[in-house]
Design a protein. Structure first.
Length: 219
């Protein structure tokens, strides 16, 4: 079953046999909001109708398992970045889309995705963290508040460690507001180094529901 135009209904991801739970091109604010609050996200693939994913193995960072290596701790002490939240959302998402990636993972941030998530940002669901250096955007990360759990979408850097430190700033911000974990969606070498691990989809959906029941205000 796929989300149709004007609908916010998705199949129950717990019953899905694979990672893809729906197919459809509806990227309205209502559909995106409903998707994230049920542990589902769109992930465009070239030459295919838009698939909506809820991975069987979900990658998360539990804050009490966060690992910050020696070199990154040293970089944090020495850096003179200024960090902000939601000051330049569209700049961040466009920079993420334009960043070359060896595994071609960046090409999914299409103009349609940029428009959709910018609208989601204006509605208060999508957020960005920016790292600035001498007034210039040096790095950042953006994602979606799924009702008390932050789902990271993408990050970029124009200066060394800027995106990593922006992510650490975001994690500290979320921790201060009562969150206990960060949804990374899928594993990458960078987040693995920070202590990320995979958990079963059912466990993730339980944690998502438990966090939503706490009515956390992350931003």
């Amino acid at each position: 079953m796929a989300p149709s135009s004007g609908s916010t209904f998705f199949p129950d991801p717990r019953k899905a046999r694979g990672d893809v739970v729906a197919i459809g091109d509806d990227l309205t604010v209502e559909t995106l909001r409903d998707a994230y609050r049920h542990g589902i996200f769109p992930w465009p693939h070239d030459d295919l109708p838009l698939p909506w994913f809820s991975p069987r193995r979900r990658t998360v960072i539990f804050f009490d398992e966060l690992h910050v290596g020696r070199s990154l701790r040293r970089s944090a002490r020495r850096s003179n970045f200024e960090f902000t939240i939601d000051r330049a959302f569209e700049q961040v998402i466009r920079a993420c889309a334009a960043t070359p990636r060896p595994d071609a993972q960046g090409t999914w941030i299409t103009p349609q995705i940029i428009r959709a998530y910018t609208c989601l940002h204006h509605e208060g669901d999508a957020h960005s963290v920016e790292a600035w250096h001498d007034g210039e955007l040096a790095g950042g990360v953006y994602g979606v508040d799924a009702g008390g759990v932050f789902t990271g979408e993408s990050m970029f850097h124009a200066r060394p460690d800027a995106s990593k430190l922006a992510l650490l700033h975001l994690i500290e911000h979320l921790r201060e507001r009562g969150a206990t974990f960060f949804d990374c969606q899928v594993m990458t070498p960078h987040i693995r180094a920070l202590g990320a691990r995979e958990i079963p989809r059912a466990r993730f959906l339980d944690l998502l529901a438990e966090s939503q029941a706490r009515s956390l205000r992350l931003f």
